[in-house]
Every structure is written in structure tokens, then in C-alpha cells.
Design a protein around this ligand. Structure first.
Ligand code: SN0
Length: 315
């Protein structure tokens, strides 16, 4: 695997799930693969799980891992092409990326949507510059439009906890005080559509995800109806795609609570974290045995390792 930015980069998804379970049984069995290999993890945005799980995954494979927090530890970086650099950004990605590529064998990049322009965000300017200029494989640690490491862990978690061959999986929008990217939701839909699960997406009007992710999937605008008989409830806030980056609703009637979970078939509750308690989901649900958010986060280490393993096998 030369890059990992979407489900399309996985050659065989069933095999990828099997690999994750194999790694989970003995995560230290492939230390030879990463010997004398180095991963650099570059963060343009905050992180807890992605940073620690991806670093841990690299260490499990015998790699070295170095982390750079752009903006804190490094120079502020310019990404625009042809710009006169007389402002506050001393370094251009055009030099920084190939230089970083000389110090490592794999690069991980986190670069969220900036919400200045939908066109810029949806063309993944930063991630694509890394792919073009790094000279080594690139892993997306959440780009502007997708969070594939998260979705891979989500899929493995559902496979781990499902009690039916074809579970009903519901992605529900939930309120949030800030305007968040669509990346986690886009990616979740993209990965789930590669399975044969019964996938239902529910959100208020105006929160329709980009057509390239939804395809022919219909939205259920009635959240309670969507929850009926569900096996998994995946909650996430995102800002509007159509009215790009805006918050159209903070309606707490969309918060996931015990009454709504009672409509499901004893569904497990999932969220990528960090989660705003009593805004996205009630304490009662998050602290109940139905919540599998910690197990879900734990699987981030496993699937990050699966991605790095697939890359190292090709180096
Ligand atoms: C990010 C997002 O894409 O929604 C990362 C999720 C893995 N989440 C946030 O930025 C949450 C920030 C907040 O204020 O709650």
C-alpha cells in the first residue's frame, strides 16, 4: 500500500478486517518489519487517540516514531502556491514535505478542514501536497474530508460486537457548540457502504453529506424512526456541507439519551471521541454497558498497525 487516505486504498476489506483480528491476538509478531524504519507523524491539529495509537502501532512493529506539532514545535507552514511569503509563515510545504520525507520511511499527516473554502477543503490541498512531494508513503491521520484510520477501527469494532450477520448501523447527527468537519461522518459512510450492513443516516435538514459519500443512500430525517431496531448507534456532529461550515442547529432534541436508546435493539453506542457529554450523548448512555467508545478507541492501535504493516510489507 503506497498511501492510505480512504477505503479505496485497501485492496481487500474482508482481508483487512481479518488482519486486524490477527494483530489483536499478538501485536508484537511483526517487529522485524519495522526494524530501522522511521515514521514521522505531523499534526496541524490537536489529537489524543490518533497520536498515541499511531505511535504505539509503529512501536509495535519495531519502527521508530517521531512527532511534529506544526505551529507549536515547528515553523508555521504556507500551503498556498505562488504566494508572496511576506506574512507570518516562514516555511513552505513545498520544501518542508520533501525534507521530512528524507528523514523517514512513512509520513502520517493530520490536516483538518479549514472552512475557508469548500472547494479547497474538498480537494485535500495539504494531504495531496504530501502525497505528491513526500517521496514516501503517506497515511492520513484525518484530512479535510475523511478520517480513514477512525473508520477502519469503527468497522473492526462493529465486526467484534455484532450479534447478527447483517446489523442495522445508524449514523446520527448530534448537536455541538462548535462547527466541526464532516470528515468522520463522510468516512464512516464511505466505509459502511463497502459492507452489507443495513446503514441508516439521520440528521436535521441542511446537514446532508456530500453526494460523493452518500451516493444513492437515502436520509431518514426522523431520528426516532432511524433508531428503531438498531444494533449500533454511531453519534457524531458535523457542520453543514451545503451551507458550508455553518451551524444550522444546536437542537438538544437530537442528543442521544436513554429514551432514544430504548427504541433500539439493545444497540451499542459508538463515538470517535472526544465527545461532549450531555450535548452529543447523555451521561446515562455513555456510562452504561451499551457504550463501547473505549473499546472502539482501543481498536485504533490495532487498525493503525494493520495499515502500517501493509505499507511496510511493500517497502
Ligand atoms: C474532530 C472532528 O473531526 O470532529 C476530531 C474527531 C476525531 N473533533 C473535534 O474537533 C472536537 C472538538 C470539540 O470542540 O469538541
Amino acid at each position: 500500500m503506497k498511501q492510505f487516505t480512504s477505503v479505496k486504498d485497501i485492496p481487500d476489506l474482508k482481508k483487512a478486517v481479518a488482519t486486524a483480528f490477527e494483530i489483536k491476538k499478538n501485536r508484537f509478531a511483526w517487529q522485524h518489519l519495522g526494524k530501522n524504519k522511521t515514521m514521522v507523524l505531523i499534526f496541524f491539529n490537536s489529537s489524543l487517540r490518533t497520536r498515541l495509537s499511531t505511535q504505539k502501532a509503529a512501536l509495535n512493529l519495531g519502527m521508530n516514531a517521531m512527532v511534529l506539532n506544526v505551529g507549536e514545535d515547528g515553523w508555521q507552514m504556507e500551503s498556498e502556491l505562488g504566494v508572496v511569503m511576506d506574512g507570518d509563515k516562514p516555511e513552505h510545504l513545498l520544501e518542508a514535505i520533501p525534507v521530512i520525507g528524507r528523514y523517514c520511511d512513512v509520513i502520517g499527516v493530520r490536516a483538518f478542514a479549514k472552512f475557508k473554502s469548500r472547494e479547497d477543503d474538498y480537494s485535500e490541498i495539504i494531504l495531496n501536497q504530501f502525497i505528491k512531494y513526500a517521496g514516501v508513503p503517506v497515511v492520513s491521520m484525518e484530512g479535510a474530508t475523511r478520517h480513514p484510520l477512525q473508520s477502519y477501527a469503527d468497522l473492526v469494532t462493529i465486526e467484534e460486537f455484532k450479534t447478527k450477520e447483517r446489523p442495522k448501523v445508524v449514523l446520527t447527527w448530534a448537536p455541538h457548540p462548535r462547527a466541526l468537519p464532516q470528515a468522520v461522518a463522510n468516512s464512516f459512510v464511505e466505509w459502511m457502504r463497502e459492507t452489507d450492513y443495513d446503514l441508516v443516516v439521520t440528521h436535521p435538514e441542511g446537514y446532508e453529506l456530500a453526494p460523493q459519500f452518500m451516493g444513492d443512500l437515502k436520509v431518514e430525517y426522523d431520528q426516532k424512526k432511524a433508531f428503531e431496531g438498531a444494533d449500533f448507534i454511531y453519534a457524531k456532529n458535523w457542520s453543514s456541507y451545503t451551507s458550508y461550515g455553518s451551524i444550522l442547529s444546536k437542537d438538544l432534541a437530537w442528543t442521544v439519551d436513554e429514551a432514544k436508546m430504548a427504541l433500539t435493539d439493545n444497540a451499542k453506542f459508538m463515538h470517535c471521541l472526544p465527545v461532549r457529554r450531555n450535548v452529543i450523548v447523555s451521561d446515562g448512555v455513555l456510562d452504561s454497558p451499551l457504550s463501547i467508545v473505549v473499546e472502539q478507541a482501543a481498536n485504533r492501535e490495532i487498525t493503525a498497525q494493520a495499515v502500517l504493516k501493509m505499507m511496510l510489507e511493500n517497502l
